[in-house]
Ligand binder design. Structure first.
Ligand code: G6P
Length: 550
């Protein structure tokens, strides 16, 4: 594969950037009153306005040429049809098979995986219905009231985000809890709220070897056994979601209580698999299927829509445009919906674990920036915290505003105010306020010319800051499925352009290795000299704090 910087489109985009970078968004809008109609897309119930970006039709043509030269369509086909798109682990990446609602088979090593996918979904349906209707009972015969998901990373962020996002559809009797951090306070504060007789623990771990999850699961099991009559009661209160049946048995969970998935499902793409059990318990299997359908609709869009009408492709190209040509390496996600409050955190793993890479698929070093830093909070809260920097700071931070038009909890003027704030922010970021506008405003409020002069640097806004706005009718299961799949495919297209592998995560391994050896040293409680001076110093100081070192 050609390095993206060596493609014709990349070179043309570099020249194009130099030619257009001084044109402001205000200029672009005053020169063309059809921008909003030109730069919009619809897909799977979502509406995207991308007109508030530093683009002209020529920019879009060049970006589309880059997508062509990067064989984006072929990359999609390879992923959807089960090719080894994760060569460092020798695996396909088939989260799309998990939500395939169509009749087409999906082949892995010559075998259709769809029957297995459907069989697990069926088992999840039966199990979740029993828990939801109250016929799955605990060791004293009572119905389950609390479900604790113990998992981390992809085995936590997805189900947690989706359970929160779909809270209006939640089962009335069931309260969902999520324990991820190995910090004992996380488990402790959860255990304080629940009763062992009516709690179901879900131990969620693809590998079933993750230190945090196993530590939390063992502690939860011990806590449970303190109240239960005996080991045999564990079966009624612990289930596992994993690809590793041996490790599940070794932990002491009957594999009849295990819901499996497969190594061709990446952790951060696993929400659609058995890892979605907390979501299924909360909203029910019928709604979970609507969630899968939303993602499937977006999959079909990504796979079949021409590049120029393809929403994930366009979002990816805009990220490449800013990241690689405008040197804007930070990306804000601003969902104007309180229930989407964990969506930015979810996208952090999806995007930063996928595209935080410095080498191409063949292992050679990249020559341009890859995945940006992704962050955010729900609106309107962010406005009262860090939006100052977005409006007047020295960085250009492209933003995605996500607005659900209808609230699932309509209350007076709340939703209209939320919407007004969302639209006001993207307008303010783009239009800014020049000195003349400020002067008119201040004069009307009685300010003197001297005062206007003194404050104009502080109170003007340069504007010219780009954003996308995504509209959705309501955050329903279908809409959420489509939204997540949109970002999954966006990340995939970016990786295809940068020629990096978005499906491995070797970068998390070194810290895990070192933590193991440092844990052994902390346990030994002897002065440590095997690390660098800072790390030795910190361990030894900590041992002194613990009072275990002379
Ligand atoms: O599901 P598990 O095997 O427990 O993995 C949990 C998480 O930990 C790993 O270190 C990876 O960084 C994540 O991609 C993964 O989702």
């Amino acid at each position: 594969m050609t390095d993206p910087v060596d493609t014709k489109a990349w070179k043309a985009l570099t020249a194009h950037h130099a030619a257009v970078s001084s044109t402001t968004l205000r200029d672009l809008f005053s020169a063309d009153d059809t921008r909003f109609d030109t730069f919009q897309l619809k897909a799977a119930g979502l509406f995207l306005d991308y007109s508030k970006n530093h683009i002209t039709s020529e920019t879009v043509d060049l970006l589309l040429q880059l997508a062509e030269e990067s064989n984006v369509k072929r990359h999609f086909e390879r992923m959807f049809t089960g090719d080894i798109v994760n060569p460092t682990e020798g695996r396909p990446s088939l989260h799309t098979a998990l939500r395939n609602r169509g009749p087409e088979p999906v082949m892995v090593e010559g075998r259709d995986v769809m029957p297995d996918v459907k069989a697990v979904l069926e088992r999840l349906r039966v199990f979740s219905e029993r828990v939801r209707e109250g016929s799955w009972t605990g060791f004293t015969g009572k119905a389950i009231t609390d479900v604790v998901n113990i998992g981390i990373g992809g085995s936590d962020l997805g189900p947690l985000m989706a359970v929160e996002a779909l809270a209006p559809f939640a089962h009335e009797r069931l309260t969902l809890h999520f324990v991820s951090n190995v910090d004992g306070s996380h488990l402790h504060s959860t255990l304080k709220k629940i009763n062992p007789e009516t709690t179901l623990f879900i131990v969620a771990s693809k590998t079933f070897s993750t230190q945090e999850t196993l530590t939390n699961a063992h502690s939860a099991r011990r806590w449970f056994l303190d109240s239960a009559a005996g080991e045999e009661d564990v079966t009624k209160h612990f289930v596992a979601l994993s690809t590793n049946a041996d490790a599940v048995s070794a932990f002491g969970i009957d594999t009849q209580n295990m819901f499996g998935f497969w190594d061709w499902v990446g952790g951060r793409y696993s929400l659609w698999s058995a890892i979605g059990l907390p979501v299924i318990l909360s909203i029910g299997m019928d709604r979970f299927e609507q969630f899968l359908q939303g993602a499937y609709d977006m999959d079909n869009h990504a796979r079949t829509a021409p590049l120029s009408e393809n929403m994930p492709v366009m979002l990816a190209l805009l990220t490449v445009w800013y990241n690689n040509f405008w040197q804007a390496h930070s990306h804000l996600i601003a969902p104007y919906d309180q229930y989407l409050h964990r969506f930015p955190a979810y996208l952090q793993q999806l995007t930063m674990e996928s595209n935080g890479k410095s080498v191409h698929v063949d292992g050679s070093p990249v020559q341009s920036a890859t995945g940006p830093v992704v962050w955010g909070e729900p609106g309107t809260n962010g406005q009262h915290a860090y939006f100052q920097l977005l409006h007047q700071g020295t960085h250009m931070i492209p933003a995605d505003f996500i607005m659900a038009i209808e609230s699932l909890n309509p209350m007076g003027i709340h939703q209209d105010l939320l919407m007004a704030n969302c639209f006001a922010q993207s307008e303010a970021l783009m239009m800014g306020k020049n000195k003349e506008e400020l002067a008119t405003e201040m004069r009307a409020a009685g300010a003197s010319d001297e005062e206007i002069e003194r404050l104009s640097g502080h109170r003007t806004f340069a504007g010219n800051r780009p954003s996308n706005t995504l509209l959705v009718q309501q955050v329903t299961p279908h809409a959420l499925g489509a939204l997540i799949a949109l970002y999954e495919h966006k990340v995939f297209v970016e990786a295809a352009i940068w020629d990096i592998n978005p499906f491995d995560q070797w970068g998390v391994e070194l810290g895990k290795q070192l933590a193991k050896s440092i844990h052994a040293q902390i346990d030994k409680a002897q002065t440590v000299t095997s690390h660098d001076a800072s790390t030795n110093g910190l361990i030894n100081r900590a041992l002194k704090f613990k009072n275990v070192l002379a």
